[in-house]
Structures are given as C-alpha cells and as structure tokens.
Design a binder for this molecule. Structure first.
Ligand code: NAX
Length: 334
C-alpha cells in the first residue's frame, strides 16, 4: 500500500506529542498503511519538534517511512493527504475576541493557501486549534480550488465526552451507546444531544426517565448536569489536571480522521462540517452536526427531529458562529 502523508501542525505542543506516536503506530489509518509524517512548527517550536522526531525514530515503528520537521507551511503540506491543524494562537490575558480571531486568521489563512498550493488532490483537513470552527472556515476560504467540504473541525472530543457521561449515568458500557450528537460550535454554547441516542438498543431518553424517576427528572438532569458538564468539560480538565485536555483531544482527532477516511461503518458520529443549509444552519458555516462517512468524507445526517429545546440550543450556538463569521469577514479574512 502507498504511504499516506500526514501533516501535523503545532507538532511540538501537548496534543501533537500525544497524537504523533499513535499515528506512527498505525492506530489512525490502520496497521497495514505506511505513513510519512510532516511536523510543522513556528521557529520557537522547531527544536522541540526535532526532539519529538528523534523519539519517533527511536520508536522504530514499522509503518513510519519518514519524519520531516519544518517551519515552512508550503513544505509541510507538500503532497499531504491528511492535514491536522493543531497549532493555534491561544487567548492571552486581556485579548479581545476580535484580536484572537485576527491572530488565528494570520495562521489559518496562509495555511489554507499553502494546502491549496501544495497538498495532494485528495487532501482532507481537520482543524483542532481553537476557535476550531471559525479557523476551519478561514482555512477553507483561503484554499482556492479545494472543495470547502474537505475542511472539517473537531467536535469529536465533545462527542466522546457526551457518550462517556451518558454511559456513566446509566451505568452502561460506553460501547453500548450510539447516536449521540453534538450540534453547533466547539464552545460552551454547543448542544450535546441524546434525543436520538440508544443504549444497549433502547432509547436513551426512555432509559433516563426510568432511571431518574420520570421525564421531568430526566430533562432536568440533561439541562442542569449533562449539557453544562459536557460543554464545560475542557475547563474542568484544566482545573483538575492543571493543563488542558491533551491525550483525550489527540484520541478524538485520531478517531475523527480515521472515520473520515475509513468510514463510520454505518454508525453516526459528530463533526463540524460545512453547512449547505441543513437544519436551518446558514450555508457556509462550519457547524457541528451528526454525521456519517462511507470513507469519501463526512455527510450530515438530515432526517433527525429537533424538538423546541434542541432548536433553541442549536440556534444559540449558530448565532455565535454567525458572529464569529461576521467578525472574520469584517477583518477581511474570508
Ligand atoms: P500547545 O500550546 O501545547 O501547542 C500548540 C503548539 O502549536 C505550540 O507548540 C506552538 O508553537 C504551535 N504553533 C503555534 N502557531 C503555529 C503555527 N502558525 N504553525 C505551526 N505551529 C504553531 O497547545 P495544545 O494543548 O497542543 O492545543 C492545541 C490547540 O488545540 C489549542 O488551540 C487548543 O485550544 C485546541 N484544542 C482543541 C480541542 C477541540 O476539541 N477542538 C480540544 C483540546 C484543545 O483545547
């Protein structure tokens, strides 16, 4: 099998470190597919990325054909089949949202252009670096000639958090949970939704009502505990661990790419993808939806009912995405 070229940006960061060894071990694209890794960093991160490359060599991974480290986006994306955009500019003290969007525009616009100029014709891109949805929008807008659908953003970590919380509440194995959905922005406004989920083949809302003593109690748990816990889990991890989610984020990014390229096997997952107007989400926004993939890219699951509560929550998150889009449009980034 031909080698797949995978570019990881922010490779010297904590997510990069948790991700690269698993990719080299074949956990992302399968144990029969050779990989070539390209590590993109800013100059300040190059030395650390080179250290990671030395450790990758020391792993003697049979599938790993090459590791290259560079601070030049064009060289990093040359021939890339998969681009994992992890490096981003974090919000520093006193930084307004407009400053944050502008700083990230300075990263994701040139990277989008470099992908268009240099990547393989079949390139698929996942944006992990925050604000992930809008960074993906910027990168896609700067990638002339690459279909916007190739650009996705990571909400799989939110999805896995929701699966795990639901399983824990019902004292069920996570493997029994299917059909959870994350809607909207990868931010505190996201809507983790279990309305169409099943656990061990039974409807999750029904099981929750049984377990918690009625439909009202189940709705209260969803509104007051489940949704806020999932949406603010990132802050909880920072508080408890002392730094932000890294291995769980890497795990989610790996699953996102695997399912995008290899398919979901008929099941549903969640990913932020370009809207064509599905569920009333304005066309062009990169929004999280329930999705499936047959290996040719993510497709939005279109036939789910959203109740009033779901519509209101999705509406609030989409309003935030619209504000972010308008802000980057005003900055001339899209
Ligand atoms: P780190 O600060 O550990 O690493 C980021 C790395 O990116 C640094 O080494 C930095 O030098 C590099 N970098 C910055 N600008 C770059 C550029 N223009 N080109 C190449 N490299 C560049 O952050 P880490 O914990 O790894 O997180 C990375 C990003 O993921 C952050 O934006 C973070 O907010 C985001 N996250 C997104 C999640 C999601 O679910 N979408 C969850 C986890 C995480 O919070």
């Amino acid at each position: 099998m031909d080698a797949t070229t995978i570019t990881v940006t922010g490779a010297a960061g904590q997510i990069g470190y948790a991700l690269l060894f698993r990719v080299a071990a074949g956990e992302m694209l399968g144990h029969d597919r050779p990989v070539r890794l390209r590590l993109l960093e800013i100059p300040a991160g190059i030395r650390a990325a080179e250290g990671t490359a030395l450790e990758l060599q020391d792993g003697a991974f049979p599938l790993l054909q090459a590791v290259e480290v560079t601070d030049d986006p064009r060289a990093a994306f040359a021939g890339a089949n998969v681009a994992m955009l992890v490096g981003a500019r974090p919000r520093s003290a006193g930084m307004e949202r407009g400053d944050l969007l502008a700083a990230n525009g300075g990263i994701f616009a040139p990277q989008g252009a470099a992908i268009a100029a240099a990547a393989a014709a079949d390139v698929r891109v996942v944006v992990v670096g925050n604000p992930a949805n809008t960074n993906a929008l910027i990168a896609a807008a700067s990638a002339d000639g690459v279909p916007a659908e190739r650009f996705t953003a990571l909400t799989r970590l939110d999805h896995e958090r929701a699966v795990a919380q639901l399983a824990a509440r019902l004292e069920a194995p996570v493997a029994d949970v299917t059909g959870v959905a994350i809607w909207g922005n990868h931010s505190a406004t996201q809507f983790p939704d279990i309305a169409h989920a099943t656990v061990g083949g039974r409807a999750a809302p029904e099981l929750l009502a049984e377990r918690l003593g009625g439909t009202d109690a189940a709705t209260r748990w969803l509104d007051e505990e489940f949704v806020p816990r999932v949406a603010r889990r990132g802050a909880e991890i920072i508080e408890v661990r002392g730094s932000s989610s890294a291995a769980s984020a890497a795990n989610a990014a790996l699953r996102h790419v695997r399912d995008d390229l290899l398919g979901t096997g008929g099941g549903r997952t969640s990913a932020a993808v370009v809207s064509h107007g599905e569920y009333g989400v304005p066309e062009g926004l990169v929004c999280s939806f329930p999705v499936t993939s047959d290996g040719s890219g993510y497709r939005i699951v279109e036939d789910l009912d959203l109740d009033d509560r779901g519509c209101a929550r999705l509406g609030a998150s989409v309003a935030e995405l619209v504000e972010e889009r308008d802000a980057v449009r005003a900055l001339g980034l899209i």
